[in-house]
Design a protein around this ligand. Structure first.
Ligand code: F0G
Length: 420
């Protein structure tokens, strides 16, 4: 079983560079961070996480965006567009409807390429530069490929993306294409694309920038810092619960890492850690299944389907990091239908917050858990919306009203309006 406990007083092992090293969460083996290229433990195959010889406090953070948190990242700065500093929207009508003490929506769709993946890429591509690799690659349901293409272009590095054919939203392919990625469409789902990219990476053909790469998650952990800081500034307390959509479970793992570091730094009491609450689509819910059955890992779902193509994933590779995160924080996981996702997308849009379907899953999940009484009316909740509405224009157009054709004439327009 994964051991995610952080030591009270971290000391850098010999393999560390500037106080940073990689730690296997299964067997505890430690690795040099920027010499050999490794993604998982070469001894036992376990997931790796970045560790530091320090636990920064809120006072150590300065500046803005992801690199405000440089003290808890492997470098001082990275390849930046810049990213982070996303809005923590107030949604008073939704807060009222759902009936919780406070509800805020952290809109990660406001990052430069329109999703939270930018936070991981600014760090991941900086590490790729350090390693001196030639080609960056990822498998993707779309957003990772858009972010990789943009940050790779910024760093003048070659990028290769493998996408499940016919299952990636139009905006995301357009981004990957225009930012200059080489796009391969695979006749298979995301999970088989990731199998191939892992093979390519193992053969030294490309540097893998999926969330299996521990440095990606370091960047994504800054979502947690931003939420904690901003929520505390507004309410004088930390949120009770963070609800987020889950695909590969990288973001869930990243938020848990943020909380563990803040507990270790003495900034957050253990009973103040927000409950990590994952939401999956009913047609792709291996994490929900694992939580319900109390398993330590997920069963791979071969057939997955959902309107929320971003989270159309049957084999969440970060489950060994994320499942303990959900259980240790007292959170849970819930599955929602495509209809519930579209409803939530409309509701958010009705508050001016435009998100793609996967993002709306967080609000759909909160609605369900509140209805079931799992979430109490006294809770402070933050829902994470991970990608922008324009990522998936087809889904948005279907969820919204159809345009109405009228004649090219003011009287005709007035007549048409009077018809209703
Ligand atoms: N929301 C959106 C909009 C996403 O694009 C993803 C993942 C997730 C949620 C799930 O995050 O994997 O960390 O649990 N998209 C990946 C991609 C898989 O290729 O863009 P996770």
């Amino acid at each position: 079983m994964a051991d995610l406990a952080l030591p009270d007083e971290p000391t850098a092992p010999d393999v560390a560079t500037d106080g940073v090293w990689l730690h296997c969460i299964e067997c505890g083996e430690q690795f040099a961070p920027f010499e050999d290229i490794i993604y998982t433990c070469s001894d036992c195959g376990g997931l790796l996480e970045a560790r530091y010889d320090r636990y920064p406090t809120f006072d150590d953070f300065e500046g803005s965006g992801v690199w405000r948190y440089a003290e808890s990242l492997p470098f001082e700065e990275g390849v930046t567009l810049p990213e982070g500093d996303t809005p923590l929207h107030r949604v008073p009508r939704l807060e009222d409807e759902i009936g919780v003490e406070a509800l805020r929506v952290k809109h990660e769709g406001m990052n430069p390429t329109g999703s939270f993946k930018d936070r991981g890429m600014t760090v991941g591509v900086r590490v790729a530069e350090e390693l001196g690799v030639g080609r960056l690659a990822c498998a993707s349901t779309g957003n990772t490929s858009a972010a990789l293409a943009a940050y790779g272009a910024r760093a003048a590095l070659e990028t290769l993306v493998l996408l499940p054919a016919g299952k990636v939203a139009a905006g995301k392919i357009a981004q990957a294409s225009l930012h200059g990625a080489r796009i391969l469409e695979v006749d298979g789902n995301f999970d088989s694309c990731l199998d191939i990219v892992q093979d390519l990476a193992d053969r030294g053909e490309a540097y893998l920038l999926n969330s299996l790469n521990p440095f990606r998650l370091e960047g994504q952990k800054t979502i947690g810092f931003e939420i904690l800081e901003e929520f505390h500034a507004d309410y004088g307390r930390f949120p009770d619960r963070i609800v987020l959509p889950v695909g590969n479970a990288g973001n869930t793992a990243a938020l848990y890492k943020c909380f563990r570091e803040m507990v270790a730094a003495g900034e957050l009491d253990e009973d103040e850690v927000p409950k990590l609450t994952g939401v999956q689509a009913e047609g792709a819910a291996p994490m929900v299944e694992a939580i319900a059955e109390g398993n330590e890992d997920t069963r791979r779902w071969e057939d997955v389907e959902t309107i929320a193509t971003a989270i159309r994933i049957g084999n969440p590779v970060n489950a060994p990091k994320a499942l303990p995160g959900i259980s240790e924080t007292g959170g849970t996981a819930v599955a929602v239908s495509d209809e519930e996702i579209t409803d939530a997308q409309r509701t958010l849009a009705g508050e001016g917050v435009g998100v793609e379907p996967a993002s709306a899953a967080s609000v759909a999940g909160l609605r369900k858990l509140r209805d079931e009484g799992v979430v109490g009316d006294d809770e402070d909740v933050v829902c994470l919306t991970t990608g922008h509405l324009l990522k998936d224009p087809d889904a948005a157009a279907k969820a919204g009203a159809d345009p109405e054709p009228v004649a090219n004439d003011t009287e005709a327009v007035l007549e048409h309006l009077a018809e209703e």
